[in-house]
Structures are given as structure tokens and as C-alpha cells.
Design a protein around this ligand. Structure first.
Ligand SMILES: [Zn+2]
Length: 426
């Protein structure tokens, strides 16, 4: 077994802070950061990442799905064999939810940028190519389905699927991609080959409160929840609020309200310890004070680390909605708009990250991730792991999302040490 060579530097908090500020400035006006999947602002962020990596001397390319990949060649003169050794990689995403925070996704990309800089400036020895990735379109907020760039890399979303997914304005993912100069018809070419890769590690903010509450600087993820997303449409009868007696109404919002409470009841019964169900979007039509709601469209997000229970819960919810709708005299249609299985990440990568944390004297804790991540998809092709850093008050997807620069730098330093270890691993 090769012993990893010493790396002198730790990642500097001040440098991380400057990058976070630069990316945060690329936003729609308003609260927090809004840089949606496959928007011109997301592309601008990818261009900044690409420019920095090019300036450091890495080879940068953007694939047909919009993922930007920068490669640092192996050191020494082992020549061809090293050039073609399976690579190690790190990365995360640069898009955000509407009115989101400054750290979700960006933290991991910025950590990689600083790891790359130290690797170049200190001439850190490398037996393998090191790749730094900014994934496209990770957030499901715009198109319903999350992790689109990494799903295309893993072959889970294909070119033909891009016409079926659309945003709230009816723009399909294929159209959105074309509008920013990408090639939806060629995304099958973005797939990674397993024999081209050795391992992948993503740093990300925790988006939960475990690390902060335990006072632990580093989290190592062992499992990632799956997510099933439903869209339910209830059709009732719109009519005059004054003229229609209560007993004759088919009020779609009353039925929807009962459905929301059914979600809460099912997710909190004794069989569902750990299941998380959320109705995060609900639209009422026609949306007038003086008209009984004739139509309601709402989304349901079901998360679980148990894939069977995730699917059973989604089915139980659909049946409950059906019963409620029938009792209220409305009609119901339920559509599955996203479905991703939970994954167990390889334990040998958990061990390498733990050793990387020990190298820099930082305490760690192994924990599950309730949120979806690109690593979940990437793990289909490349053994993947995740490093979590603390989220203040556990908040994420809101402008209040916050992680101290020192905590980000600690996580990035663990990432650097883990890369060095993975590079040396047989
Ligand atoms: Zn994220």
C-alpha cells in the first residue's frame, strides 16, 4: 500500500469566501440566490468555473448536458499509462432553487477549485488524472426532476426524456437547454465509462442540523435518501361563492387540504419513522376571492432511505387522495414527475474520507443524507462518497442558509487529503 505523500497546505477560508461571494453575485434580483437550472445565469457560473480552471492549466470541457469537467493530468513522466489510469474526481452543482442560499452546491465546486489550485501550486504528486466537475441542473425546483446533469452522465436520463420534462411556464428541458446553447439531442454522449474512473467524492453543506448540534466539523455520508415526486390535479366545480350552498359544492381546495393532511398523517404514523413527505407547491384556480376553487394542482415529495417504503408510501398517498377526492365529489389525476432510488455509498470510500479527516485532526461523524445529490447518480458509474460541512440552524434552500468560511475550508482540506489518499489507493 502506498502511503499518501504529505500535503503542506490547508485550504484558506479567505479564498473560499471570495469565491462564494463571486458566485452569489450571479443571481436574479430579489431575496437570496436565484440561479435556476439551464438558465443563462447558471451558464455564467459554469463559465467562471471553466475560466479559473483553465487559468490554473487544467483541460476544460463542457459536455452536451452542460456539465463542466476540468482535468488535471498526472504528475511525473510515467507517460501514457498514468494518462490513462482511472481518474479520481470531485464536484457539485452551480444552480440554485428560487430564492435559495449561497452555499448549496457552490460550496463543493469552490472546494474543488481550491483543491485544484493547491495541487497545481504545490505540485502535489498524482498517479491518476484528477477531475473537477460542475454538474448542470441539479435542483429539481425548475423541472420537477433533480440531478439532471449527473443523471445524463449515469445514463438514467436520456435524450428522448428531455421533451417530457417541463417547467412551470411549459418550457421543456430540451428547449431550455437549446436556449443556452446546449445539445439535448446529444446528451447520450455525456455518459461516463466505469473503466475511466476510480472514485468520486463530493463536498456539500449538510442541509440539516446534526453536525451543528453535535459540534462535529465533518460529516461522512453513508446513505442518500431516494425521492419520489408526484403531481396531483384535483378538478371540482368553480362557481359563485355567494350563490352556491355549502352542501352542493365540489371545492377542489377543500379536497386538496384534506390530501395535505393525509400526507402528514401517513408520514408520521408508526410505520414511517424516517419517511419525509412534503407538499411544497399548490396552485389554486381560478384564484379569485369570489369563486369556489374549481381546480388545484399540487406536488408531493416523498423521501426515504428505504426504497420499498418510498414506493409503498407514494402508492398509499395516491390511494388516500383517490378516496378523499371521491368523497368530495372531485376528480383526481396523479402523475409521477420524478423518481430516484436511495443509495448506500461504498464503505471503503467512507473509510478513505475518515482517514482524510484524521490526517488533518478533524472529528467526523457518519450520517445519512435526507437530500438528493449528484453523487447518488454518479455512484451508478463510479464508487462515490460525500463530505458534509455544518449548516447553521440546519437551514437550506432559503436565503438564511449559512456555513462559516472556516468550516468550508476544513471540509475542503479533508477533501484534499481524501483525494491524495484515493490517488495512492490501489
Ligand atoms: Zn445541492
Amino acid at each position: 500500500m502506498h502511503y499518501p505523500p504529505a500535503v503542506a497546505s490547508r485550504v484558506e477560508a479567505a479564498r473560499i469566501s471570495r469565491w462564494i461571494d463571486r458566485f452569489a453575485a450571479m443571481t436574479e434580483p430579489g431575496h437570496g440566490v436565484t440561479r435556476l437550472a439551464y438558465s443563462p445565469l447558471e451558464r455564467e457560473a459554469h463559465a467562471l468555473f471553466a475560466a479559473e480552471m483553465t487559468a490554473l492549466g487544467l483541460t476544460v470541457k463542457t459536455d452536451a448536458a452542460g456539465n463542466t469537467i476540468a482535468e488535471l493530468a498526472p504528475t511525473g513522466d510515467e507517460g501514457d499509462a498514468a494518462e490513462h489510469a482511472p481518474a479520481i474526481g470531485t464536484g457539485s452543482h452551480l444552480d440554485s432553487v428560487p430564492e435559495g442560499g449561497r452555499f448549496d452546491g457552490i460550496a463543493g465546486v469552490v472546494a474543488g477549485m481550491e483543491v485544484a489550485r493547491i495541487a497545481v501550486e504545490e505540485d502535489v504528486q498524482r498517479r491518476r488524472p484528477w477531475r473537477f466537475v460542475a454538474f448542470a441542473s441539479e435542483e429539481g425546483a425548475r423541472f420537477g426532476q433533480a440531478c439532471n446533469g449527473s443523471r445524463m452522465i449515469a445514463g438514467l436520463t436520456r435524450s428522448a426524456d428531455l421533451h417530457a420534462l417541463h417547467d412551470a411556464n411549459g418550457v421543456t428541458m430540451a428547449q431550455a437547454m437549446m436556449q443556452v446553447g446546449l445539445a439535448p439531442e446529444s446528451v447520450d454522449s455525456a455518459r461516463w465509462r466505469a473503466d475511466d474512473w476510480f472514485a468520486f467524492v463530493e463536498m456539500h453543506i449538510e442541509q440539516g442540523g446534526v453536525l451543528e448540534s453535535k459540534g462535529t466539523p465533518v460529516g461522512i455520508v453513508d446513505t442518500i435518501s431516494g425521492s419520489t415526486r408526484l403531481q396531483a390535479t384535483l378538478l371540482g366545480q368553480a362557481s359563485h361563492t355567494g350563490g352556491t350552498p355549502m352542501r352542493l359544492r365540489k371545492d377542489a381546495l377543500v379536497a386538496a387540504s384534506e390530501c395535505v393532511l393525509a400526507c402528514q398523517a401517513i408520514a408520521t404514523d408508526p410505520e414511517h419513522h424516517g419517511t419525509r413527505v412534503t407538499v411544497g407547491r399548490l396552485e389554486v384556480f381560478p384564484g379569485s376571492i369570489t369563486t369556489i376553487p374549481g381546480k388545484v394542482v399540487f406536488t408531493v415529495d416523498v423521501r426515504d432511505v428505504d426504497s420499498d417504503r418510498q414506493r409503498r408510501t407514494s402508492e398509499a398517498l395516491a390511494s388516500a387522495f383517490e378516496r378523499i377526492s371521491a368523497a368530495r365529489g372531485t376528480t383526481l389525476a396523479v402523475e409521477v414527475i420524478g423518481d430516484t432510488s436511495p443509495v448506500v455509498l461504498p464503505s471503503w470510500i467512507v473509510d478513505e474520507i475518515a482517514a482524510g479527516a484524521a490526517d488533518v485532526g478533524l472529528a467526523y461523524r457518519v450520517l445519512p443524507s435526507g437530500a438528493s445529490h449528484d453523487s447518488q447518480q454518479i455512484n451508478r458509474v463510479v464508487p462515490a462518497g460525500m463530505i458534509f460541512v455544518p449548516s447553521r440552524d440546519g437551514l437550506s434552500h432559503v436565503p438564511e442558509e449559512f456555513t462559516r468560511a472556516e468550516e468550508l475550508a476544513d471540509g475542503a482540506t479533508v477533501l484534499l487529503r481524501t483525494m491524495v489518499r484515493l490517488d495512492a489507493a490501489a
